[in-house]
Design a protein around this ligand. Structure first.
Ligand SMILES: *Cc1c(COP(=O)(O)O)cnc(C)c1O
Length: 220
């Protein structure tokens, strides 16, 4: 087994079966992704549309591609033919564009609403109130080719575990509060290499893990 296969194996055995593993492969070469593919991994997460599109073009077609990064409206069209899940949706404008592009390909594109849970100023995302408003907006309900499948959050990058606990707890309670009113919500995407075990304790259904599988990144 090579390192990537070994890492993947270790992570898979440490997460419950019902938690979906997104292998975050941003900045990594196709050869590394193919190692993971050969070890059975079929879901990959990227944060740049152009890089994801290039990898989609060269790699096997049974891969599910997730866009985990911030999305610019004018670039949605490049991934609309193939993207399975867009994690970081944070505006009606973006949802409308995803819907419009998805229609061209006769597809439904799954989306998650990114909720701002970190204290850091730089993080993108909606407040809880804005997410509620979005979910209840008639225009959003009428979009036929997007499916808002759940929520996504990123905890503050910190060594303070208590803070990470608090942030995951907050999004998890919010998710539980919304679910009874919005039956399409089933995905809670929280947890990265450094905090996925905590995230799983707070009900994560999808973890996004990069460096613990593929090794440290030089950039990105
Ligand atoms: C890069 C990235 C990850 C993975 O980070 P690691 O610490 O390498 O596991 C997860 N989610 C998002 C949104 C990212 O940009």
């Amino acid at each position: 087994m090579n390192d990537i296969e070994q890492n993947l194996h270790e992570i898979k055995t440490s997460i419950p079966e019902e938690v979906t593993l997104v292998a975050v492969s941003k900045t990594k070469p196709v050869s590394d992704l193919m190692n993971a593919y050969e070890a059975g991994q079929r879901i990959f997460g990227e944060n740049k549309i152009q890089e994801m599109t290039e990898k989609w073009e060269t790699m096997p077609k049974d891969i599910s591609w997730h866009m985990i990064g911030h999305v610019q409206t004018n670039k949605v069209k490049y991934m609309a033919p193939f993207v399975d899940l867009i994690h970081a949706v944070d505006s009606y404008k973006l949802l409308k564009e995803i819907d419009k592009q998805a229609k061209k390909y006769n597809r439904t594109i799954n989306c998650l609403l990114q909720i701002k849970i970190a204290e850091e100023e730089s993080k993108f995302g909606l407040s809880e109130q804005d997410a509620i408003t979005l979910l209840n907006t008639e225009e959003v309900k009428n979009l036929t080719n997007v499916n808002i499948q759940g929520l996504m959050g990123m905890a503050t990058f910190t060594n303070n575990e208590q803070q990470i606990h608090n942030e995951f707890k907050k999004i998890s309670s919010f998710f539980e509060e919304l679910k009874p009113k919005h039956s399409q919500l089933e995905v809670l995407s929280i947890g990265m290499s450094g905090d996925y075990k905590i995230a799983i304790n707070y009900g994560s259904t999808m973890v996004r893990i990069g460096s613990s599988i593929f090794g440290a990144r030089n950039y990105g």
